[in-house]
Design a protein around this ligand. Structure first.
Ligand SMILES: Cc1cc2nc3c(=O)[nH]c(=O)nc-3n(C[C@H](O)[C@H](O)[C@H](O)COP(=O)(O)O)c2cc1C
Length: 155
């Protein structure tokens, strides 16, 4: 099953983070869900809070869920990103967080998504592949793709 929030209408056209920015931080991490099987309701809860808070805080990004693993990319102003990351780290719904990368970028990769979302079994790989067409940074693209490859179940 694939939920696509790809075109999720971020409340954002015209928000301040759409104008050229000088300093944007980008963070990527993976973690493991506490629940053995993540329910749609759990995911919904996470996405609702994420989209609400991220739109408020000028953060954008992507959450991919494969089996029990999360991969999240978050981007935005450094201080706002740190505050969100501190909340996320303290969230008991997941554990074993591993930061895969953190860097300054000149342009957001997911500028129009308060939190895009993908999850899936068999078709996670192809969905993520379509999604990553728009990602400019080759190393980020490779990280997303390899996460999808690992978590794509054999048909
Ligand atoms: C995998 C995962 C990703 C999350 N991503 C975000 C996020 O991008 N932004 C956010 O504000 N909260 C995110 N959360 C939720 C936070 O951990 C926390 O519950 C929420 O920020 C609290 O918001 P509130 O203070 O408005 O209730 C995430 C939680 C999990 C488990």
């Amino acid at each position: 099953m694939v939920f696509t929030a790809g075109g999720y209408p971020n409340v954002g056209a015209g928000l301040p983070f759409r104008v050229p920015e000088t300093q944007v931080e980008q963070l990527i991490y993976i973690s493991t869900a506490r629940s053995i099987v993540l329910s749609a309701a759990e995911i919904q809860d996470i996405l609702e809070a994420s989209r609400h808070n991220n739109a408020r805080d000028g953060l954008t990004g992507l959450l991919i869920v494969g089996d029990r693993r999360f991969l999240q990319v978050l981007e935005g102003d450094g201080a706002a990103l740190e505050r969100a990351y501190a909340r996320i780290k303290a969230d008991p719904r997941h554990f074993a967080m591993v930061e895969l990368g953190r860097k300054s970028i000149s342009q957001r990769e997911f500028g129009d998504w308060a939190m895009g979302y993908e999850s899936g079994g068999e078709d996670l790989r192809s969905t993520v592949s379509v999604l990553t067409n728009r990602v400019a940074d080759p190393s980020l693209k490779a990280q997303l793709q390899s996460f999808a490859d690992i978590h794509t179940r054999a048909a």
